[in-house]
Design a protein around this ligand. Structure first.
Ligand code: ZN
Length: 193
């Protein structure tokens, strides 16, 4: 549980792939890690995911979402509240982003908008910044704590069973080597009890 304070600061300051200063365009994976897009593209190009178990979930651009993040030098702005935070100080609150649109905002500000309605795991809502529809499941904490990460891992497992990437784009279906014989099976009769 107890994650040291200050950990979240580096999440906004440093690209988790290259350790260079985080600069837009920024992309993020399902675990809420932030990467410089150019570092991520290089990572894909060099197939680095084959060399690092912790990054083996990153094999395609569909495994990340490009963030609409208001990050300018050391200042992070929440577009929802217009509050600005110095990422080198200890005052940065928890931020989240939405999939698929990638809008970034403080978690508290987002939750305050939702508090009047009952939120289930699959509640649909509209992004308060760009109006794109999203599902409450697809709110991703940036630099999550243990509990949040657990929920994010669970979300990813569900997406995999649904044939989706983190970005909600469809996974490529594996080509069937033995042709399409399974497609022409006789129709199931509906079994009524
Ligand atoms: Zn949005």
């Amino acid at each position: 549980m107890g994650k040291e304070k200050g950990k979240s600061l580096s999440a906004f300051a440093v690209c988790a792939l290259s350790n260079e200063k985080l600069n837009r365009p920024v992309v993020s994976d399902y675990r809420g890690q932030l990467f410089n897009k150019d570092a991520f593209l290089e990572f894909l190009l060099n197939k680095e995911y084959l060399k690092n178990d912790k990054l083996s979930h990153l094999t395609s651009l569909k495994d990340v979402v490009e963030l609409k993040i208001k990050l300018d030098q050391n200042t992070l702005k929440c577009e929802l509240t217009s509050a600005e935070y110095d990422i080198t100080s200890a005052t940065v609150p928890k931020f989240v982003y939405l999939v698929p649109c990638g809008c970034v905002m403080s978690k508290k500000a987002l939750l305050s908008l939702l508090s009047s309605t009952k939120v289930g795991e699959y509640t649909k809502a509209r992004c308060p910044i760009c109006n794109t529809e999203y599902c409450s499941r697809d709110v991703i904490e940036i630099d999550p704590d243990e509990e949040e990460l657990f929920a994010l891992e669970r979300r990813m497992k569900t997406l995999e069973t649904e044939g989706l990437h983190h970005s909600l784009k469809a996974r490529k279906k594996r080509k069937s080597v033995s042709g399409e014989k399974s497609a022409k099976r006789s129709k199931n009769k509906s079994s009524k009890p």
